[in-house]
Ligand binder design. Structure first.
Ligand code: SF4
Length: 384
C-alpha cells in the first residue's frame, strides 16, 4: 500500500482557551465550564469510535493534540481521549505524539503526566520573550513563565521541545526580537516555528491597530526582522526545513510533514479538518453544534470533493513549502503529472531568476532561500 493510501497523521482539536489572544482568529473560545469540556471530550471519543476506520491508519501515524489549548484539559479528560485513540487503532506505534502547551497552563506535575500518557513532543506557544509584547497581544503568560515551562518540560523527560515565535508584534524592535531568539536558542530548543504577525479581520488587534492604539513595526523593520530570523537561526544550526519552521537535524516535526507532503490525515473535534486523498472534511467550528450533532449520530461539517487539478495544485504548493521540495517521480505516480510538461513555461521564469531549482540528479524540485520569500507568487501558477 502506498503511503498516500493510509492515514499518516491523527489530530485532536481542543477549542478551549483561558483567554482569547488579541490577534487570534482560530476556532478557540474562552469561558467554557468544566461541564461543557466534559461533554466535548465525550463527543470527541464517540467521533473517534465512529470515524476511525475511514482509511487504514499507518502503524507509525503521528498524533497531534492542538487547539486552542489542549494543556487546559483536566488530566482525566486528556487520558480519556488517549484511551479512545488507542482503543480504536489510531494510536498504534506512533512516530511522534505532540501536545501544544500554553506556558501559562504548565506545571511540572502536569508535564510529567503528559509524558506518562505517551506524549513525546511539546510545542509551546511562547510567541515572544518580552513581557511588554506579550501583554500587548493578550498572552496569559510572562517571558519568565515561558522559560520555566521549557525547563520543566525537560525535567519531565521531554527531549523534543518546540516553541512558536511571532515577529512583527506591536512595539517589537529588531533588538527585542533578537533577544527572544537568542534566549530560546540558548536554553537549547532545537525546533522553532516563526511566523510574521498577521492582523486578521474582525480581531481585537485589527480594531486597535485601525484606531491607532497599537503600533506595528513598519514594513522595512518587518523585512529586517524576517532577515534576522533567517540569518540568526541558520548560524545557530537550526536549518529552515519549511517556510516558517527551523530545526536541528532530526528534530523536524513529522506530523507537520504529513500536511506538507499532502498525505492523508484524520482529525477529530470541532473545526477539525480531515483529508483522505480525494476529499476534505471540515467539522463545524461551533462547539455546541458539534456536541449536539455527534450525540444524535451526525458529524456536522462540510465535505469538499477535490478535483485532480485541485489536488495537484495543493500537493505542489504544500510540497514546495519544504526545503526538500517535491519528488518528481512521486508526482508522476500520484497524479500522472510531469511537472515540467504541465507547468514548464511558467516555471522556467522562476528557475532563471534562481527562485526555483530543478534538481535532475535527485529528481526533485524545490524553492531556493530567495524563492521562499516569493513563494506566494510562485504558487499562483499552479492555481489555474
Ligand atoms: S492561546 Fe492560541 S488558540 Fe488560544 S487564543 Fe491564544 S493564540 Fe488563539
Amino acid at each position: 500500500m502506498q503511503k498516500w493510501e493510509q492515514i499518516q497523521g491523527v489530530y485532536v482539536h481542543t477549542p478551549f482557551c483561558l483567554q482569547k489572544c488579541l490577534y487570534c482568529d482560530f476556532a478557540s473560545y474562552a469561558g467554557f465550564d468544566m461541564e461543557t469540556m466534559t461533554k466535548y471530550v465525550d463527543a470527541v471519543c464517540i467521533e473517534i469510535a465512529r470515524r476511525s476506520n475511514i482509511l487504514p491508519v499507518a502503524e507509525q501515524a503521528t498524533l497531534y493534540f492542538g487547539g486552542g489549548t489542549p494543556s487546559l484539559l483536566p488530566e482525566k479528560l486528556l487520558a480519556k481521549l488517549v484511551e479512545a485513540l488507542q482503543k480504536n487503532g489510531c494510536w498504534r506505534q506512533p512516530a511522534e505524539v505532540t501536545i501544544e502547551v500554553n506556558p501559562g497552563t504548565a506545571d511540572l506535575a502536569k508535564l510529567r503526566f503528559f509524558r506518562e500518557l505517551g506524549f513525546d513532543r511539546i510545542s509551546f506557544g511562547v510567541q515572544s520573550l518580552n513581557d511588554g509584547e506579550l501583554r500587548a497581544v493578550g498572552r496569559i503568560h510572562t517571558a519568565r513563565e515561558a522559560l520555566q515551562a521549557v525547563e520543566m518540560a525537560e525535567m519531565a523527560g521531554f527531549t523534543r521541545i518546540s516553541a512558536d515565535l511571532i515577529y512583527g508584534l506591536p512595539e517589537q524592535t529588531l533588538q527585542t526580537l533578537g533577544t527572544s531568539l537568542r534566549a530560546l536558542v540558548n536554553i537549547g530548543l532545537q525546533h522553532l516555528s516563526v511566523y510574521g504577525l498577521t492582523v486578521e479581520e474582525k480581531t481585537p488587534l485589527a480594531e486597535l491597530v485601525d484606531k491607532g492604539k497599537l503600533q506595528l513595526p513598519d514594513e522595512d523593520t518587518q523585512l529586517a526582522m524576517y532577515e534576522l530570523v533567517q540569518e540568526y537561526l541558520a548560524a545557530q544550526g537550526l536549518h529552515r526545513y519549511e517556510i516558517s519552521n527551523y530545526a536541528a537535524a532530526g528534530q523536524e516535526s513529522r506530523h507537520n510533514l504529513v500536511y506538507w507532503q499532502y498525505l492523508p490525515y484524520l482529525s477529530f473535534g470541532s473545526a477539525a479538518c480531515s483529508f483522505d486523498g480525494d476529499r476534505r472534511f471540515t467539522s463545524t467550528a461551533a462547539v455546541m453544534d458539534y456536541i449536539d450533532g455527534i450525540n444524535i449520530g451526525k458529524t456536522t461539517g462540510a465535505i469538499e470533493e477535490l478535483t485532480r487539478e485541485t489536488q495537484l495544485a495543493e500537493y505542489l504548493f504544500m510540497g514546495l513549502r519544504t526545503a526538500a521540495g517535491i519528488d518528481l517521480m512521486e508526482t508522476r505516480q500520484r497524479f500522472d503529472c510531469d511537472v515540467m510538461l504541465e507547468f514548464g513555461i511558467e516555471l522556467e521564469k522562476f528557475i532563471k531568476e534562481n527562485l526555483l531549482i530543478l534538481d535532475d540528479r535527485h529528481g526533485r524540485m524545490r524553492l531556493t532561500e530567495q524563492g521562499m520569500r516569493f513563494s506566494n507568487e510562485i504558487f499562483e501558477i499552479f492555481v489555474k
